[in-house]
Write a protein that binds this ligand. Structure first.
Ligand code: MIG
Length: 830
């Protein structure tokens, strides 16, 4: 060995030792700053709770439901006040877990899970009812703190995937990096930007088809590390507050989401018009322009339910005012548009212009409703109106005052509001958005708390106050509020849209995992700006985006110009395609509305990643650019320029091509034709899809006919929901539920409709049932044993009140009968 080589060896050895030392030093110092719990002493279990204590901390483990456990670590020996901005349910039915004790352990068992507690050093592990380990604290550290910061480290198995975390633009599977929860105006984002406008510290983990959930109920700036620090550690923690989390044992993603949304609340049923199409722009003004847009929709026969007024309707950006030169008679305009079936939604910002002659500023100042600096002087920041004061939405008193400010505009006829800039966002001279100082004190319902704690809920509380205002001044109508910033549980108050996206193919693509991720995080009424806020998209991109966007929960075109972005903006051919896209949404309104009802009842998202229904199919779980609308429609948008085919993955079962009725077995990828006028849609075999006649807006006409498209595949069932679409009467039982089932038998197919349940009775109408994939003409069609008259053609069937016909080109049996709302048995006899 020459000297040289030897030298090189010793140098590299030295380097190795040095870097190993550095690594150890940093690893140890990173660990060393964190205080672990050490040994804890258990107390006697009390009801559904067991508490552990040592001199530094208290940990309470509480079983709320057989599959839901709360873990709360607080500093010291007596926990402080227990409050949450997210949790909506506290009255859980009584559960009586079994407690057991060992030498260095305690056990808590329910029919669904088992928590094993190691006392020294203190560690928690969660097991399923089958005795298998689901999740456990990391061996070398569990729950920890460092100064004000709290953090919990858990084992991260190599084959576990993670989903959720609210509004994130990254792919569905969140593994491999860390995420921050801090409501932020990113002023432009892409598929890796984090954080964004909304914070939902809720995670769904999936491993071998088995799901569990973690909800970290802490409003401080928090983070989830899913493998950035170390590939086998998962951790979550915050800059302050308590280490307070909920564990959901699943075992299906649906059970996790169902329980999570039971805990934090579900979206209330929106008014039917709010799930129509909304046209928006930054900004439509003056009133002539708004009327022009409305007229165009009606004249061009493109369905539309709402138009959005962005910031330029205001007088110098003073909220709750009108620019009288642009809108001299808002009441009249709103009234006229209402006659035409348009609901007008207005933007509202949290900025109250500092202007001694402005009533909102005067009122807020004299009543002390604005945020103050620690020295007691008014806190101001720059926003749209210039120097602005800010309502303290964390205070009940201020929220109630805020609500009162809406009276005039709501009476004038504004139908809904969008709460923007409520991360909250301040303008800075360098153009970069900023937010409030962290030490600003809010006078919250729980006493004075720093902005560091209330930042992430500021927008949610504003949207709550705004919803209350609409309820106060229009008590019999369901309100629409859309918010840009929110927190876990924000779906109780508002729909959420995904903020300022770009008019690029990339953004159309990323909008899908983004909206799906919002959906499984509880934010089910979600949508993106169709076409992107800026720049104006290419004509093809807009058409493709609208095709996909009409099949997402919240549906609006929103653009900041400078060009026009209405469905007719790009010439006749594309206008025709765009019209058909929006028409499809309107025809599917009964299906969509039932999906919204399901979201309100169960928390199941309207727009679903495939993993929700097919969690045990790894290929389904990976799909970022196709989604389910409800349970039955699989949507595979074209998201690339110049493409007229795409691969569509069909999960197990049988699928019908929505456009051609061609049946394809699932468990495979298909190459599907997708010319510009057609978005690939597949219908689940077994589905019964409700639809209706085309209308130009939701309230234009009562449903007639109500249509059920039956896509037979074995025995299947479905449910249908309807109500008046506007009022709260449905909460008093004035609603309509029907169950449908399809049963194949030796003689053909039997379709059963239950009698209507509930006390809502729609106006008289026809029922049209279309049975797909009928290869030959039936011998007979009977309702309740009575033979139906065969009509020679669809035209004849249309003209008759009752009967059936066979379309042999399409292989569809059509059947029409008055919708009497009683139980009915339809037999298709071969
Ligand atoms: O500083 O009101 O995301 O939808 O058009 C930008 C103007 C303020 C941001 C919203 C966008 C809206 C725009 N707003």
């Amino acid at each position: 060995m020459s000297m040289k080589t030897k030298d090189r060896h010793s140098i590299s050895l030295l380097c190795f030792l040095l870097s190993a030392f550095c690594f150890l030093f940093f690893a140890v110092s990173a660990l060393a700053d964190w205080q672990n719990l050490g040994a804890m002493t258990p107390s006697e279990p009390q009801g559904n709770q067991i508490t552990f204590r040592n001199r530094q901390a208290t940990v309470a483990v509480t079983v709320l439901a057989p599959d839901l456990v709360r873990v709360r670590m607080t500093a010291g020996t007596s926990p402080g006040p227990d409050y949450s901005y997210a949790v909506a349910k506290t009255d859980w039915p009584k559960v009586t877990p079994d407690f057991s004790s060992g030498n260095n352990s305690r056990g808590i068992r329910t029919p669904e899970l088992e928590v094993r507690v190691q006392l020294s050093p203190f560690r928690l592990a969660f097991y399923g009812r089958d005795g298998r380990l689901i999740s456990k604290d990391a061996d070398n550290r569990g729950m920890s703190w460092e100064g004000q910061r709290v953090r919990c480290w858990k084992w991260m198995p190599p084959d576990e995937q993670y989903f959720g975390l609210g509004e994130k633009s990254t792919p569905l599977d969140k593994r491999g990096r860390s995420y921050v929860m801090w409501n932020t105006d990113p002023a432009g984002f892409d598929a890796s930007t984090d954080p964004l406008y909304q914070s939902v510290p809720f995670l769904i983990a999936l491993r071998n088809g088995r799901a569990y959930g973690l909800f970290f109920d802490n409003t401080y700036r928090s983070s989830f590390d899913l493998g950035e620090e170390s590939p086998d550690l998962l951790s979550f923690g915050a800059e302050g507050g308590e280490l307070n989390y909920y564990f959901f044992s699943g075992p299906t993603p649906k059970q996790v989401i169902g329980r999570f949304t039971e805990l934090v609340g579900r979206p209330p049923l929106p008014p039917r018009w709010a799930i129509g199409y909304i046209q928006s722009r930054y900004s439509y003004y003056p009133d002539r322009k708004v009327r022009f847009i409305a007229n165009n929709f009606r004249e061009r026969r493109i369905p539309c339910d709402g138009i959005f007024l962005d910031i330029d309707y205001m007088d110098g950006f003073r909220i709750f005012t009108w620019d009288k030169s642009r809108f001299p008679d808002p009441h009249r305009m709103l009234e006229d548009l209402r006659q035409e079936g348009f609901h007008i939604i207005a933007i509202v910002d949290p900025y109250v212009k500092v202007d001694p002659n402005y009533w909102v500023y005067q009122q807020g100042l004299s009543a002390g409703h604005f945020l103050e600096k620690p020295d007691g002087t008014l806190f101001t920041g720059t926003g749209w109106p210039g120097e602005s004061a800010f309502p303290d939405f964390a205070s009940e008193k201020v929220r109630s005052w805020w609500g009162s400010l809406f009276q005039r505009q709501i009476e004038e006829g504004i139908a809904g509001y969008l709460t923007d800039m409520n991360e909250p966002t301040l303008f800075r001279p360098d153009g970069h958005p900023a937010t409030f100082d962290l030490d600003l004190m809010h006078q919250t319902d729980h006493g004075p708390r720093p902005h560091a704690e209330t930042h992430n809920v500021y927008g949610m509380l504003e949207s709550a106050a705004t919803r209350d205002a609409l309820l106060r001044f229009r008590p019999n109508e369901r309100p629409l509020v859309i918010t840009r910033a929110t927190f876990a549980g924000g779906q109780r108050y508002a729909a959420e849209w995904s903020g300022d996206n770009w008019g690029t193919w990339d953004h159309l693509r990323l909008s899908m995992p983004m909206l799906m991720t919002m959906g499984i995080s509880g934010l089910q009424f979600s949508g993106a700006d169709i076409g992107g806020i800026s720049p104006v998209p290419s004509p093809e991109l807009y058409t493709r985006w609208l095709q996909a966007g009409v099949l997402t929960p919240f549906c609006w075109t929103h653009s900041g110009g400078p060009g026009n972005l209405e469905p007719w903006a790009f010439g006749n051919r594309l206008e025709e395609i765009n019209r058909h896209s929006i028409e499809l949404r309107y025809k599917l309104m009964p299906y969509l509305y039932t999906a919204f009802w399901e979201a309100a009842e169960t928390g199941m998202p309207v727009m679903r990643p495939l993993l929700l229904e097919y969690a045990d199919d790894p290929t389904a779980v990976e799909q970022n650019d196709e989604f389910l609308l409800g349970e039955d429609l699989l949507i595979a948008p074209v998201t690339k320029d110049d493409e007229s085919r795409r691969e569509v993955y069909l999960p197990r079962g049988v699928w019908y091509d929505f456009w051609t009725d061609r049946r394809a077995p699932g468990g495979q990828s298909l190459s599907v034709e997708a010319p510009l006028e057609r978005i690939p849609i597949f219908v689940r075999g077994g589905a019964i899809v409700a639809s209706q006649q085309l209308t130009q807006y939701a309230g234009q006409a009562a449903i007639d006919p109500l249509i059920f498209d039956v896509y037979p595949e074995g025995t299947s069932t479905a449910q249908y929901y309807e109500d008046d679409g506007i009022s709260f009467d449905y909460q008093r039982g004035i609603s309509l539920h029907q169950r449908l089932s399809v049963v194949p038998d030796a003689q053909g197919i039997t379709i059963e409709l239950s009698a209507r349940q509930g006390r809502y009775t729609p106006p008289a109408r026809s029922l049209l049932i279309k049975i797909h994939n009928q290869r030959s003409k039936p011998r007979q069609v009977a309702i309740d044993g009575k033979e139906l008259a065969l009509r020679a053609s669809l035209n004849e069937l249309n003209a008759a009140a009752e009967g059936w016909t066979y379309d042999d080109a399409a292989s569809i049996v059509w059947l029409k009968t008055p919708d009497r709302g009683v139980a009915m048995r339809v037999q298709i006899l071969d």
